[in-house]
Ligand binder design. Structure first.
Ligand code: COA
Length: 415
């Protein structure tokens, strides 16, 4: 079966996580992704957090499936020529170097356009244009400057970063959308363009409800669904809301049977308004369904702590899975807190290709997260990440280099 991005060639100059997330997605949609790395070293993540000596780390393998790897020293004049040939034959160049690195290599936007006016140049940077545009940025920095950290955690504790890689993988997703959009526009204009996804912007995009709340707070001085209401205090900025759900459907994380020893024996419980009477029945508080202090969402807001304490008395008598089974019968929205172990072992996720087992020549079998976006006409087959430089000769031959020229370039340290 054909793939959605068949025929699209990506010059993948990405490293670490944000850029590789983007190009891996494009590869899963069928693009030919050629990852350029430095000979002898490669993407720094190949050797970071290694669990097996001298074997590409899971960090690397899990972000670089379905790609080809070529080694080119782009600071070597002959290496630069190879890169120029690649620029001339690819549709998109994706990079997430520190600001200015591509220019310092000699590949400015103007130079790239001279080489290939159809080329789309897509970049992840920490910040967009402005006072911080020259700064290097990693995941947690992005979470801090994008509004996630100041709004995550509990009111009586420090800001907290989340385990979800919203700065890296989140921005990679944004960039991938920018790239396919630019490819679509090119079908009309015939021209390439620059695509920028700044990590601060990507995180803020995912935190937009908190900017909504900032403006509500400034207008009304209070946000009734926040745990600070009614007994705590609101300051000038959106506070950390613990585990409260953001919208008009109050929720909280509650203990389940076994919580004393199992750190994940918890469930997220949402007191959705339409099923309030059912919730009252399940927890044995039938009288709350009609009591004036509890019967309506507005009446319940000042009592949320007591309500969740009462519901927790019920959830603590059930395992998280038992509770979910019972609550689902009544359409009460809830979610068990799943550990990574439970997720890795979940058969339904294997069946859908969301978790995939991959075989690797030096690592053996390992699990990875497959494509979270499923296209009915472009199914994803996850194939292993490339070894460093595994496809150098193959790609060079496609560019028209002879075997002798390839060996000469290798001897000169250009590839
Ligand atoms: N041949 C020769 N040189 C190469 C090369 C190759 N194939 N590939 C990379 N290089 C060089 C670059 O040209 C650069 O050289 P320069 O500094 O002399 O110009 C150098 O390697 C290092 O690149 P850099 O991007 O600065 O790496 P770093 O390890 O110092 O910084 C980041 C890492 C992630 C902080 C930085 O790349 C960054 O801020 N990126 C943008 C934001 C981002 O994506 N962050 C999240 C990462 S998950």
């Amino acid at each position: 079966m054909s793939k959605a991005l068949d025929g699209v060639r990506i010059l993948d100059f990405t490293h670490v996580q944000s850029g590789p997330t983007c190009t891996q997605l494009l590869a899963w949609f069928g693009a030919d992704v050629i990852k350029v790395e430095r000979a002898g070293a490669g993407d720094i993540t190949r050797e970071q957090l290694r669990d097996i000596p001298d074997v590409d780390s899971l960090y690397f393998t899990m972000l670089n499936h379905n790609k080809r790897s070529v080694t080119i020293d782009t600071k070597n004049p002959e290496g630069k020529q190879v890169l120029e040939a690649l620029i001339q034959t690819c549709d998109v160049l994706v990079e997430n170097f520190a600001p200015g690195a591509l220019d310092r290599m000699g590949f400015t936007w103007e130079r790239i356009q001279e080489l290939n006016p159809r080329m789309i140049v897509a970049s992840v940077k920490g910040f967009g244009p402005g006072p911080y545009e020259d700064c290097k940025v990693y995941e947690n920095v992005a979470q801090c400057v994008g509004g996630a950290a100041s709004t995550t955690g509990f009111d009586d504790g420090p800001p907290v970063v989340t385990g979800a890689q919203i700065g890296d993988s989140g921005t990679g997703l944004h960039l991938a959308l920018g790239i396919v959009t630019a490819l679509y526009q090119r079908t009309h204009t015939g021209r390439g363009q620059r695509v920028l996804a700044a990590m601060q912007d990507g995180v803020l995009n995912l935190c937009r409800v908190k900017l909504r709340d900032q403006q509500r707070l400034e207008r009304t001085g209070v946000m009734k669904e926040y745990p600070q209401y009614p007994n705590g205090e609101f300051g000038e900025a959106v506070p950390r809301a613990g585990n409260a759900s953001g919208g008009g459907q109050p929720g909280w994380i509650l203990k389940c049977k076994g919580w004393e020893t199992d750190p994940n024996a918890y469930i997220y419980f949402i007191t959705q308004a339409p099923v309030w009477a059912k919730i009252c029945n399940v927890i044995g508080k039938e009288e709350w369904a009609t009591h004036p202090d509890y019967a309506t969402p507005a009446a319940r807001l000042p009592h949320l702590k007591d309500i969740f304490a009462e519901i927790e008395r019920w959830t603590m008598t059930k395992t998280k899975f038992e509770a979910m089974q019972i609550l689902n019968k009544y359409d009460i929205p809830c979610g068990p807190i799943l550990s990574m172990k439970e997720i890795a072992e979940e058969p339904s996720l294997r069946k859908t290709g969301t978790i995939v087992e991959v075989d690797h020549p030096t690592r053996g079998k390992y699990l990875t997260v497959g494509n979270p976006i499923k296209l009915s006409d472009s199914p994803t087959e996850v194939t292993r990440s490339p070894l460093l430089g595994e496809h150098t000769d193959e790609v060079m031959a496609e560019l028209g280099y002879s075997t002798e020229q390839i060996s000469a370039l290798r001897t000169a340290g250009a590839i």
